[in-house]
Design a protein around this ligand. Structure first.
Ligand code: GLC
Length: 754
């Protein structure tokens, strides 16, 4: 072979190319502002407005988006982002079209990755019931990895709306009623979604939603009015948003609702005064679905030009569904309702996000079919889904230690009965977010149902097992009840699987009644008498089921557990996993108690016993909930020592150490969420009877004990008062520690003035 003198230069050439590529990689990420300004100088007004438009993808359009019209718009730079698009090949086509545009500005793909992407995890409210912050972060890491591999760059999560109203269908998406737990979870989700580098293909831009107050809609009706004091907004609603912003969340999303009369999308006080100025956060704010346009329907904007001007001037940047900005923003500029600077500010935020995501360096970095194939639905993802689902389940009753079911027990014949014993075609055990989005080609074989696992597992242990699916149609019929009675007559023990359908959970799924629909609760009544019943509830929100609860010897909340439903349920019922879930939301006795939550004010006339006249209560119901915030049982028992404090007084800046010793006094190992609450007894204004200020999930072998110490400073005692000062009032406090918000040990301390 003839020697080629230039061969020796190839290694150098490769090195130079790599150096150039990596420096280009570094340059575009490190010199983002320079690159943005260079681009802004070239952009026309139409191209700038185009970056502020987000259009629906194939989930919403119902078609695989090959439409020439969309590709043409992309080629002319008239679109900045596409949401809810599932077809992978189409995403490549769309991005190629963007690369044919004059300035080659890449498209950013947004998607609702709410509790997993291709591997479906328990719903977020169930994940909150684990109180396991590290686990929640790991779940988001996997969800982002799968979504990133499938070409998504941006997820519309975490939803951090605090809510005290289980009638609201979207409580399933959040972390429940408490701002402290909600803040820990919000930050964990942002860390999991965004990882350490937005330009990594396993990460997505997070989008903190819905800013703000959406969980406090009147009547629990979705999209309804929200009215609250600035003090409640800042003490209850905003902390998880602030925690997410502090965790580095790249984007925020407006809420649909009005807050004190102002539609959130055009609420300058929320988006600019608080988010951008007070919190010094300058990321991209995207509307919710046509929420810019809905300002007109709210009656707070005259037309699309007025709506576009008000939303942009409030500090909101991108129009999800695009129409209001497409039709109104240029007119607003022409009519001097907005300035070019204001438009440019919003455009810069969009471009900055695209640079941060590395999309300018490699628009196809998350559109690699080989990487996608190798990354989606790995077995270890399902392992975590199984662990999370089991850890989220909450044991509410276990008379006589009926659970766990073991071969040594007194039962031989087990009947598994109910609409959720083996539901395949009904798309259950998850939420509408995974059914409608990301699960378009719904494959029911991916869900492991209770019967799939329990029947073979129990039979292998020597039990006889029957599965009787009933109440699958609109309601439970006499035929259903008689089938249940027959099956239970021939069994020693009955496992009843009831709850909500997957499509009953989530947005636009508010209910006036929290009772089990279709008369499912009657199943327990029609069972053959004197058969011990294990009630398993597949719920997406606090439910009201007093009759079934009374009839059952054991009650397990399974929530909507996702793909690994059957395995997780079996792990708990068999005792392989000792349940450790704790309620992230209060469970009311009845809808009349709503709103009901643990961190309420004492009032001047707190009611101790029902019927006590001239006190704050009802004639026809106790004021106490069915199950309190933070409640959940275990197969073992935990005892708490009295609380010891390292001092009885602290000054600002000093640390109070609150300690208890927790002992596992039962027969099996278990985990316990040790919860710390405070009560401000003498503030300038009335303060809640309890506020969660710390928790630690501990695992203890049988007979073992652990000393748990929490540290408190005056910063943990601060709150927003009506003068909008954030401060702690000197005075007396109580401190509580326990395994829920009701059964607690207590002690007292004083916060002294400076
Ligand atoms: C919906 C929801 C929002 C979601 C968006 C895109 O209406 O309110 O949470 O991210 O539209 O699907």
């Amino acid at each position: 072979m003839q020697y080629n003198p230039y061969l020796r230069f190839i290694p150098t050439l490769i090195f130079m190319l790599l150096l150039n590529w990596s420096s280009a990689q570094k340059t575009s990420v490190q010199n983002i502002d320079t690159n943005i300004e260079a681009l802004m100088k070239k952009m026309t007004l139409d191209e700038k407005i185009g970056q502020l438009l987000q259009v629906p993808g194939d989930i919403s359009t119902g078609t695989d988006v090959q439409s020439d019209d969309l590709l043409k718009q992309v080629k002319t730079g008239m679109i900045g982002s596409i949401l809810s698009h599932t077809n992978f090949d189409n995403k490549i086509k769309i991005q190629r079209a963007a690369m044919e545009s004059r300035l080659k500005i890449p498209i950013i793909f947004g998607f609702d990755v709410i509790h997993g992407y291709k591997t479906i995890f328990p719903i977020p409210l169930a994940q909150a019931a684990t109180w396991d912050i590290d686990l929640i972060e790991r779940i988001e890491r996997i969800a982002a990895t799968e979504a990133g591999a499938d070409g998504q760059n941006w997820t519309f999560a975490p939803m951090v709306d605090i809510s005290r109203d289980p009638r609201w269908g979207r409580v399933m998406e959040g972390a429940g009623e408490d701002p402290f737990l909600g803040s820990q979870i919000a930050a964990a989700r942002v860390r999991g979604i965004q990882g350490n580098d937005l330009a990594d293909k396993t990460t997505l831009a997070a989008c903190v939603k819905h800013f703000a107050g959406y969980g406090f809609t009147e009547g629990g009706r979705d999209y309804n009015t929200v009215d609250m004091s600035e003090q409640r907004l800042r003490n209850i609603v905003l902390p998880p948003f602030k925690a997410a912003a502090d965790a580095g969340a790249a984007t925020f999303m407006n809420a649909f609702n009005t807050l004190n009369g102002v539609p959130a999308s055009m609420d300058k006080h929320l988006v600019t005064d608080i988010l951008r100025d007070e919190w010094a956060w300058n990321g991209l704010v995207v509307s919710d679905w046509n929420s810019f346009g809905e300002t007109i329907i709210h009656g707070a904007a005259d037309n699309e030009m007025d709506a576009a001007a008000k939303c942009l001037n409030a500090g909101s940047d991108m129009d999800m569904t695009a129409t209001t900005f497409r039709n109104g923003l240029k007119k607003a500029l022409e009519n001097k309702r907005v300035t070019q600077e204001k438009i440019d500010e919003a455009v810069r935020r969009v471009l900055r996000l695209k640079f941060q995501l590395g999309l300018f360096d490699d628009p196809f970095r998350q559109l690699d079919p080989t990487y996608r194939e190798a990354t989606l639905e790995k077995p270890e993802y399902r392992d975590l889904a199984r662990k999370a689902a089991a850890e989220s389940m909450v044991l509410l009753k276990n008379e006589g230690g009926l659970l766990p079911l073991t071969p040594e027990g007194p039962f031989r014949r087990i009947a598994i009965i109910g609409p959720y014993a083996n539901s395949k075609g009904h798309k259950d055990y998850m939420s509408f977010w995974t059914l409608g989005l990301g699960m378009r080609e719904y494959d029911s074989t991916k869900v492991v149902t209770p019967a799939d696992v329990l029947k073979p597992f129990l039979e292998k242990q020597g039990f006889e097992v029957t599965v009787t699916e009933i109440c699958l149609d609109a309601t439970c019929s006499e035929r259903d009840y008689s089938a249940a009675r027959t099956a239970s007559q021939q069994a020693d023990l009955v496992i009843v699987c009831v709850g909500e359908q997957g499509f009953q959970c989530g947005e636009s799924r508010s209910v006036a009644s929290l009772e089990l629909n279709n008369d499912q609760e009657n199943i327990a009544r029609y069972l053959y008498p004197r058969k011990p019943v294990v009630l398993v509830m597949f719920n997406s929100r606090p439910m009201v089921f007093p009759k079934a609860y009374e009839k059952a010897s054991a009650v397990l909340l399974a929530w909507q557990p996702g793909f690994e439903t059957g395995n997780a349920l079996n792990d708990v019922l068999s005792g392989k996993v000792n349940p450790s879930g704790k309620l992230p939301m209060t469970f009311p006795r009845n809808e009349g108690q709503i709103p009901i939550y643990y961190n309420h004010l004492n009032t001047g006339r707190p009611q101790q016993d029902q019927g006590q006249m001239w006190t704050s209560g009802y004639l026809d119901s106790p004021v106490s909930p069915a199950f309190p915030f933070g409640y959940g049982m275990s197969y073992t028992n935990f005892s708490y020592s009295e609380i010891t404090l390292n001092k009885s007084k602290i000054r600002p800046g000093e640390t109070l150490e609150v300690s208890v010793t927790v002992t596992n006094t039962g027969e099996v190992a278990g985990s316990e969420v040790v919860q710390l609450y405070i009560q401000d007894l003498s503030a300038d204004i009335a303060r809640p009877v309890k506020e969660l200020k710390g928790f630690e999930k501990i695992s203890l072998e049988k007979g073992a004990q652990k000393r748990v110490t929490f540290k408190i400073t005056d910063k943990d005692l601060a709150y927003w008062n009506n003068e909008l000062q954030y401060k702690a009032d000197p005075g007396f406090f109580k401190v509580y520690v326990g395994g829920d918000s009701r059964y607690v040990k207590s002690n007292s301390f004083e916060l002294q003035a400076q």
